[in-house]
Design a binder for this molecule. Structure first.
Ligand SMILES: [Zn+2]
Length: 252
């Protein structure tokens, strides 16, 4: 009987020790689980923090509308290149579309063109009505700026370079816009003469109700200028410069 009691005692002892040991192991496992879940939460929290502090980058010129006016069109072809036969209305359209594409890549601005092809806007022969229709189109779209694209010509074939015109008796905004664009074009290292900004009495500048400039991106009457204005390299630099200038105008 004493042996039976002794055996029972041993069994109970073993069960108690076993239970204590198992409990300890389970507790370790839980702690280990806690640590690993802490590790998980640690590894999540930096992402949460970076998400919280992540700043939504502002889209440049969001809410602005830019009217780009490719000068001439239809029967009015503008100037003609003396050496390469450059057709001004076609080149103006190409440059205007380059600027539109660059604005759409770099900014959130809405862009409108006063003509999308080589026809004039009205299809008529009244130049004054045509220009007024372009100004009215920009006004109808609540445009913030009016940018007219041209290429010049002159009797003296040595005359060359780039000029940005702003309207006579207009606000300081027009002059500021002209300076921003002219400076930004020449920051692109374009190899021609910087003729500066000029106050001029062009109808699109005078009649525009918003800040307006008219760019003459070179002389089709000068052989070097004509070659440059048709090159992909210059067209790339001019679109970048003009868009940089527009951004600079709004940001400064
Ligand atoms: Zn022109």
């Amino acid at each position: 009987m004493k042996r039976v009691v002794a055996v029972l005692f041993v069994i109970v002892f073993v069960l108690i020790v076993g239970t204590v040991l198992l409990e300890g192991q389970a507790s370790d496992d839980r702690n280990a689980g806690n640590i690993s879940s802490n590790k998980n939460s640690n590894s999540i929290s930096p992402r949460k923090e970076s998400h919280n502090i992540e700043k939504k980058s502002d889209v440049l010129l969001e809410g602005k509308t830019i009217a780009i006016d490719p000068g001439h069109g239809g029967r009015d072809g503008g100037t003609t290149g003396l050496v390469h036969g450059t057709n001004e209305k076609e080149l103006n359209l190409k440059v205007a579309k380059n600027i539109r594409d660059e604005l759409q890549v770099k900014t959130g601005a809405k862009v409108i063109l006063t003509r999308e092809d080589n026809n004039s806007l009205l299809g008529g022969t009244n130049p004054k009505a045509e220009l007024q229709a372009r100004i009215d189109l920009a006004k109808g779209h609540d445009a913030d700026l009016f940018i007219s694209i041209h290429h010049d010509a002159f009797e003296d074939k040595t005359v060359h370079g780039i000029t940005t015109h702003y309207g006579k008796n207009k606000s300081m905004s027009d002059k500021k816009l002209a300076e921003c664009i002219q400076n930004a074009i020449f920051k692109q290292d374009v190899k021609t003469r910087d003729r500066g900004v000029k106050e001029s009495d062009y109808m699109v500048l005078r009649e525009s109700t918003v800040p307006a400039v008219l760019l003459e991106l070179g002389f089709t009457s000068n052989a070097d200028d004509e070659k440059r204005m048709n090159s992909a390299s210059f067209q790339d630099k001019s679109k970048k410069g003009i868009v940089e200038g527009i951004i600079e105008y709004f940001e400064s």
